[in-house]
Design a protein around this ligand. Sequence first.
Ligand code: CA
Length: 416
Amino acid sequence: MKTHIIRPITATLSVIILLALGACSSTDNSSSAQNANQSTTAQNTNSPTSKNPLFSDKNVAVAKNFKATTVLQGLERPWGMTWLTDGAMLITERPGRVRIVRNGTLDPNPIAGVPEIFASNQGGLMDVSVHPNFEKNAKVYFTYSHGTSQANRTRVARATLDGSTFKNWEVIFQVSQAKPGGQHFGSRIVWLPDNTMLVAIGDGGNPPTRLNGDFIRKQAQNLNSHLGKVVRLNDDGSIPKDNPFAASDNADQAIYSYGHRNIQGMAFDSDANRLWSTEHGSRGGDELNLVEAGKNYGWPEVTHSKEYTGGEISSERSRPGMIDPKVVWTPAIAPSGLAFYSNDRFGVWKGDLFAGGLVSGDVRRIDLDANGNVVKEESIPIGGRVRDVRQGPDGGLYVLTDEQDGKLISIEPTQS
Ligand SMILES: [Ca+2]
C-alpha cells in the first residue's frame, strides 16, 4: 500500500504553480481559443501553460460542470474493464474474478475458467482487454500476478469467451525474472492499430526489495529485464520483428520503452497516433508520459519523486537522452486508469485525457492542444480510490473505484 505524505513545497515553486493555476482557471468555453493561442505561440513563449512538464500540486482547480452517476456497485476491488462487441462489459476483480455486466445488470456469477491468481498486496488479476477482432475470435486478454510471495511475476494470458466460461486459458508472456514481494506489477494492455499489443510491467518494488544484488527498481534501466518496461507483443505473445530493440544483441527484444516505475494507466490516441501513460512515483513525482518506441523515461536515474522516507532517489530531474514527463504530480495522486476521450458525445471533453487517482480520489481531466502539449488540468472528484477510467462504446466515460464494495460510475459534462 502506498503512503503519501503531503509536504510543503518551496516558496519559489509555489509562486510558479499559482501563476500556472491562475492561467488555467478559465472555463471550458475558452479552451479552444486557449488551444489556438497555445499552438501558435508554443515555440517562443514563456507562458506557464507551455512549460514542459506541467507541475501539478494539491491546489488543482475542481471542475464545475460535471455529473457523476453510480451505474452499479458490489464489485470487490475492481481493476480493469472492457466491452464486448454486443455491448456487454467485462470487469476484473483483483482477487481473481471476471464479472460480466449485461444490459446494465451485474451477473452475480463470475465467469468460469480463470485459474488461480497470486492476489496479495498490489498483485492479483489486473487488466482485461478484448482482441481487436473479438467478434471473430472471441479472445480476451488479461494481465495478472502469478507465483508466491517469494517468487512471482506479471503474466499475460488469453482465453476464449464461450458464453459464461473462459476456455483455453493460455499464458502468452511472462516477466523473465521472478521477484519477491507484492509490489509494482503494473499493468495495462493497449492495442495498436497493427494489432500488436503493449503491456506495462512495473519495476518490481521499493527498497529494500532486491534482485541480483541491488535494489530491484534499478532493473528499469536494465535492457535485459522486463521490469520497469512497456513491452510490445504480437497477439500470440511472439515478438514483433519491428520492435525497437529487435536487432540488438544486448537488449530484450520485447522491450518497447523503458525507465518506468509502475504504469497503471495507458491509453492510445488513434487520431494523433500517440501513446499516453501514467506512472506512480514513490513520494510525489507521479508522471504523465507521452511514450515512444525505444525511449528511456528515466526511472530511477532521473525523477521528481523522493524516497518514502523523504530522502533523494536521484539529484537529477532531467537528463539528455531521457524523456521528461508531460505532467508531474506532487503530492502523488497515485495514478491508475487513463482514457483518451475521442467521441463527439461530450464535445467539450473531446481530445482530453482522463487520469484516475487512487489517493486523490478523483479523475484529472488533462486538456491537450493539437500538438499534445498539456494546456491545463482540473479535478473531477469521485469520492473513492479511482482504479480505472475508460471510454465506452456508447461514448460514455466510465470509472471503477478500488474499494471492497467497488463501484462503476459514469461521468459526463453538464455544459456543452
Ligand atoms: Ca520518468
